[in-house]
Design a protein around this ligand. Structure first.
Ligand code: AMP
Length: 114
């Protein structure tokens, strides 16, 4: 999508720190990390959020989830653990309207999630 920030990053028009990429998914470091490891996993096809998941194929959605695990492994979090978050809409404070999964790790998380 022309004016979407993350589509612009996928096209390489805005620089990003790539962590992982395959045919369906791009993963890069969050510009404002909230944990020692904070990576965003996004589908290469635009969908605004999980609320628009029907716009993606099952393969595209599954690739995102598989990539979260792959990123955790690449970042050395497989043993210690990690958290995956996807904010959808206003109440969840979604700020970029391109589906993304935050992969967070590198320190013990709080039990409370919200
Ligand atoms: P959310 O608030 O769940 O929509 O998450 C959007 C995330 O994108 C935030 O954590 C931002 O720090 C991150 N972000 C915004 N712009 C960039 C960028 N140019 N490169 C990397 N991360 C970004």
């Amino acid at each position: 999508m022309e004016n979407c920030l993350f589509c612009t990053i996928i096209r390489g028009e805005i620089p990003s720190a790539k962590v992982y990429e395959d045919d369906l998914v791009y993963a890069f470091r969050d510009i404002n990390p909230q944990a020692p490891t904070h990576v965003l996993v996004i589908p290469k096809v635009h969908a605004a959020s999980l609320g628009a998941a029907e716009q993606l194929t099952d393969a595209q959605l599954a690739a995102c989830l598989r990539a979260c695990g792959k990123v955790a492994e690449l970042e050395g979090l497989a043993e210690t653990g990690f958290r995956v978050v996807s904010n959808c809409g206003k109440d969840a404070c979604q700020s970029v309207e391109h589906l993304h999964f935050h992969v967070l790790g590198g320190r013990a998380m709080k039990e409370q999630m919200a």
